[in-house]
Design a protein around this ligand. Structure first.
Ligand SMILES: [Zn+2]
Length: 135
């Protein structure tokens, strides 16, 4: 099982709650889930994992580098699997929906602006707060 391998690779013991939570983060077509989202999805799937366990496991995953935590404004912390590809986010202020995007031009300009200030870019985290346009 992929999940078991991922857990061991991250130095975590394979336990049922860890496997289930990792599956939720991997399977859901919503890649960005709060602890409450994960908890609800587990309940709907008939899995008996408490909210406190979900919080604890997500924190362990974060420490182990398996997931990334985002603290977007005006919402709960949201978790996503750390699968390497850099991207930025938009967050809908009405629904809390998280949309991923990547724009080479924005990436290039950020590098350039940082250099113009005499620095070197180490990391960045760009979040656009958006709302659906009425059409
Ligand atoms: Zn993302």
């Amino acid at each position: 099982m992929v999940e078991n391998h991922e857990l061991r690779k991250a130095g975590l013991k394979v336990t049922l709650p860890r496997v289930k939570i990792l599956q939720m983060l991997a399977n859901d077509d919503d890649r960005h889930m709060s602890a409450e989202d994960v908890y609800k999805a587990l309940m709907e799937a008939g899995e008996d994992v408490g909210l406190a366990t979900v919080y604890r496991v997500l924190t362990q995953f974060e420490s182990a580098g398996l997931v990334v935590r985002h603290n977007f404004d005006g919402g709960h912390a949201v978790f996503e699997l750390a699968d390497g590809e850099h991207h930025d986010h938009m967050v809908c202020v009405d629904t809390g929906e998280v949309i991923e995007f990547f724009d080479p031009e924005i990436e290039r300009r950020q590098e350039q602006i940082v250099r113009e200030h005499g620095y070197e870019l180490v990391d960045h985290n760009l979040v656009l707060y958006v709302k659906k346009r009425d059409i």
